[in-house]
Design a protein around this ligand. Structure first.
Ligand SMILES: [Fe+2]
Length: 301
């Protein structure tokens, strides 16, 4: 594993003093006002719908997108990736066992854990236990790669690695099959920690290779497309988490085009897939936006 990026270490030390700086009115950005998320929880309780939102966390869907990549090596036609993101494992008891039971029912070739183990912006023992259990259970079945999100902390690195996952922090790995290689490029979080370094992650990857970016947030769409990544797998947005009955997300926390916040999307020739996530953050509830784990099948064109 590469060392924890210095930028991440610095911001982890600042802890709650660190602010998200976006736009002219950054100081009024909702992510800098944690009391707003708390208020949302109380509003849902007052409205009498909180328990329903909590129950919705277990209404997990298995999404099965098929993604065609023009330069996919023939040996990887039909390759299946189980993409699990945004568990926020300490948001509610029983979520990890529920997700692991779903994963056990599926056939796939590789599992990737897309980050965000903690419900809040601090580590908990429950999140650490969940990360250990999830990684070790899944690693007993297939190789497991992992990246960090904006709700993850350095203490999780040895936990995931000791449990059998390969943590990719601005790093890459080639998956080999029948003499051919598919390259997985993992970056650290770009949303909160600003620690993603795509150039560093790509060092040593052959020009023209088929490359899949693992980025917690879709916010790297522009540089990833420019650098010729074939596919970008992301999460982070939770698809909005609390949506209107037609699925429209009034709020989503990413500086990315709205079309990139869930499902399959394209951006300047690159294909992307954004998971709605398997858990919840801010408030432990979901409406009109069910959680998901994603079984992605890659196809040659
Ligand atoms: Fe998340």
């Amino acid at each position: 594993m590469k060392p924890i990026p210095v930028q991440r270490q610095r911001i982890e030390k600042e802890r709650h003093q660190h602010k998200v700086r976006r736009g002219f009115f950054w100081w009024a950005h909702w992510e800098n006002m944690p009391w707003l998320e708390e208020s949302a929880g109380w509003l849902l309780r007052l409205a009498g719908v909180y328990q329903r939102g909590l129950k919705n966390l277990f209404d997990t869907r298995i999404e099965r997108p098929q993604i065609v990549l023009s330069h996919l090596p023939r040996a990887f036609d039909g390759f299946r990736i189980l993409w699990i993101s945004d568990l926020h494992a300490d948001c509610i008891e029983g979520l990890i066992d529920h997700v692991l039971a779903l994963a056990a029912s599926l056939e796939y070739d590789l599992c990737v854990l897309g980050g965000d183990w903690c419900f809040n912006h601090y580590m908990t023992d429950d999140a650490a236990r969940a990360a250990r259990k999830t990684a070790s259970t899944l690693a007993a079945k297939t190789p497991v790669y992992a990246i960090f999100g904006n709700h993850d902390y350095s203490q999780l690195a040895p936990i995931l690695e000791n449990a059998g996952a390969k943590l990719l922090l601005n790093d890459h790995i080639a998956f080999e099959r029948a003499g051919e290689k598919l390259w997985f490029i993992g970056v650290d979080d770009t949303h909160y920690f600003k620690a993603a370094d795509l150039n560093e992650a790509l060092k040593g990857v052959p020009e023209g290779a088929c490359k899949i970016l693992l980025s917690h947030s879709p916010e790297l769409n522009e540089p990833a497309a420019r650098k010729g990544l074939a596919l970008c797998l992301c999460g982070h947005t939770h698809g909005g988490q609390i949506c209107l009955p037609n699925g429209f997300a009034p709020v989503y926390s990413a500086d990315a085009p709205r079309r990139c916040i869930k499902g399959v999307w394209t951006y300047k020739g690159m294909t992307g897939y954004t998971s709605r996530g398997a858990g919840a953050s801010g408030v432990a509830a979901r409406f009109n936006c069910p959680p998901e784990i994603s079984l992605i099948t890659l196809k040659c064109s």
